[in-house]
Design a protein around this ligand. Structure first.
Ligand code: FAD
Ligand code: NAP
Length: 531
């Protein structure tokens, strides 16, 4: 147990879903902990992404903690897919209800962490020059917390307002009477565009790659429906634990190619009507077989053409490629927004953005004058938040150097050469290819159990072995290569960031992964050395 208030049993970086839950677990073990959070409030993703329309695409009743039955019974969700303000309220409620704030230091970015081999301690330095030490260093920095703002020439010269969806201001942004540009058409843009269009004088959407999107079919959550779930919440959670995204994403066991056109279409129509990501569960082989995938892709393309009045605009909005290879988007009125007279789709695939000027955006020789530019250009995903901290392990080796060719981990939780460092939902774990809240809880539970096990045995150091890490990395790659996922330029592969190594980062194996983690623990932390 730490004795001074400058040294702790654990330092946790980040106060989103992961950091808050980790702190609660550490307290449960009687360990001292300090959480550092760069933002001025708790909530992580839901603190930063305040753009209009931001909401979860996993159902609220499952995109929530399960560590406290009282909490899940008390909290009332108002919509099938909760909006950002509601999720942020929930996380603030959790921070208060479990008295977490007293161990959280806000407005403080962790700049570096160095492992001292003689003391088995991490020295953690913050951006204000403060230093603390801890036995365990836990990165709860999130998979999608480092924003990506492309280095478009002239960006700094823009005289209007520049926003990023992932760093949205706290004050409401008033788009009325404004000419607005949105760059990007990923999940964030697809949620924001209909609402910005409804308010702005004119909206220009700069699209490089058209995206697949299905209707969310969001709706108010009825009190009866919610009561029914709460009567047996454990059953819902148990079902969720068998499916990557919770709720009913179970694939049909059938191949899309087994059915005739009418039967296949009926399945797609039913999923389209019920809404959201379960669309991808329509058939078992959609992400394994190109011909099967093409049937789903063609169905969505047909829907887009039916929703968009101008055939030229519809063509531009119609994606090519594999549905689900980039994360499937879930929307409310996205495609029909392009029927509005105040919305212009600008195709930057055929005429890329040349420059941002003082008054707007220049592309293909045309100038679009705007008052506001919204970057909906995503994140340096998964490794970005980890590598922005200068982490040095045994022998002073930098994580940035170790991962120069791409991330290498054992179970996404630990990496060789960095003892007593844990990563929550790190690369090599299911993370972004699962409902993240249960995945976060699974990791925080596993880490807490591991620390408890070490405490009980008086152990001071734990580190993954090279053999275990090599085997895990090979397995993660082998699984990914058996699917269609590596075939497109997604952020799962690092392809959205110029110069980033192309490595498929999440592990495609939920819930088998959970079983693997449990077995590792049951076998006395197999694949780790302890001392
Ligand atoms: P985060 O919430 O990202 O929190 C990490 C925190 O660490 C941040 O607050 C950051 O400021 C802080 N931090 C990072 N580096 C440092 C540092 N060096 N020093 C101090 N603090 C630092 N997932 C789903 O499963 N379902 C969804 O519906 C869903 N919707 C999403 C919608 C949006 C708009 C986005 C961007 C992501 C969404 N995700 C969704 C993924 C989402 O990120 C996770 O579900 C979850 O919120 C992650 O929680 P976290 O605590 O791991 O990370
Ligand atoms: P994203 O999916 O990475 O989308 C970024 C968009 O910006 C893409 O359209 C991309 O085009 C474009 N872009 C990037 N760099 C560009 C450049 N230099 N010039 C022009 N266009 C550029 O990012 P996101 O929309 O923020 O979503 C990230 C992830 O967060 C999602 O995949 C999802 O996991 C999560 N999220 C979830 C929800 C939800 O529904 N709950 C909402 C938002 C986010 P290209 O495709 O051509 O690269």
């Amino acid at each position: 147990m730490a004795t001074s208030d400058r040294s702790y049993d654990a330092v946790v970086v980040g106060a989103g879903f992961a950091g808050l839950c980790m702190l609660h677990r550490l307290r449960g073990l009687g360990l001292t902990a300090r959480v550092f959070e760069a933002g001025s409030g708790v909530g992580g993703t839901w603190f930063w992404n305040r753009y209009p329309g931001a909401r979860c695409d996993v159902e609220s009743l499952e995109y929530s903690y399960q560590f406290s039955d009282e909490l899940q019974q008390e909290w009332e969700w108002t919509e099938r897919y909760a909006s950002q303000p509601e999720i942020l309220r929930y996380l603030n409620h959790v921070a208060d209800r479990f008295d977490l704030r007293r161990d959280v230091t806000l407005n403080t970015r962790v700049a570096s962490a160095v492992f001292d081999e003689s003391a088995d301690r991490w020295t953690v330095r913050t951006d204000d020059g403060d230093t603390v030490t801890a036995r365990f260093f836990i990165m709860a920095t999130g998979c999608l917390s480092s924003t990506n703002t492309p280095a478009i020439p002239g960006r700094e010269s823009f005289a209007g307002t520049t926003l990023h969806t992932g760093r949205w201001p706290h004050e409401p942004v008033d788009f009325s009477g404004k000419r607005v540009a949105v760059i990007g058409t990923g999940s964030s843009a697809i949620q924001a565009i209909p609402l910005i269009a409804a308010e702005a004088d004119h909206l220009y959407v700069f699209q490089r790659t058209a995206n697949f999107s299905v209707p969310a079919q969001n709706r108010p959550l009825g009190a009866d429906e919610q009561r029914a779930v709460k009567r047996d919440y454990a059953a819902l959670r148990a079902r969720g634990s068998q499916m990557a995204f919770g709720f009913d994403t179970r694939s049909n066991e059938r191949s899309a190619l087994e059915l005739d056109d009418d039967a296949r279409r009926a399945e797609y129509e039913a999923r389209w009507a019920s809404g959201g990501l379960p669309f991808l569960g329509s058939f078992a082989d959609l992400l394994f077989d190109r011909a099967a995938n093409a049937t789903a892709a063609d169905f969505i393309r047909e829907k887009i053409r039916a929703l968009v009045d101008d055939p030229k605009v519809a063509d531009l909005l119609t994606p090519s490629g594999i549905v689900g290879c980039k994360r499937l988007c879930s929307d409310t009125d996205y495609f029909s927004t392009f029927n509005r007279p105040n919305v212009t789709l600008v195709d930057i695939a055929s005429a890329p953005i040349e420059a941002i000027t003082a008054t707007g955006i220049r592309t293909g020789g045309a100038q679009y004058d705007v008052d506001v530019i919204v970057f909906a250009t995503g994140f340096d995903a998964m490794t970005g938040p980890l590598l922005r901290v200068d982490i040095r392990g045994r022998g002073g080796r930098a994580l940035r150097d170790k991962w120069a060719e791409g991330p290498r981990s054992y179970l996404g939780l630990a990496t060789v050469g960095f003892p007593n460092l844990f990563v929550i939902t790190g690369p090599g774990s299911p993370s972004v290819l699962s409902n993240m809240v249960p995945s976060i809880e699974q990791h925080t539970n596993w880490i807490a159990a591991c620390l408890g096990w070490m405490e009980a045995r008086g152990l001071r150091r734990i580190e993954a072995t090279s053999e275990a890490e090599d085997a895990w990395v090979a397995h993660v790659n082998e699984v990914a290569d058996s699917t269609l996922y590596p075939s497109c330029n997604s952020w799962y592969l690092g392809a959205n960031i110029p110069g980033k190594p192309r490595v498929f980062m999440p592990y495609l194996g939920y819930p088998a992964y959970v079983q693997k983690c449990d077995e590792v623990a049951a076998r006395g932390y197999e694949g780790f050395t302890v001392g």
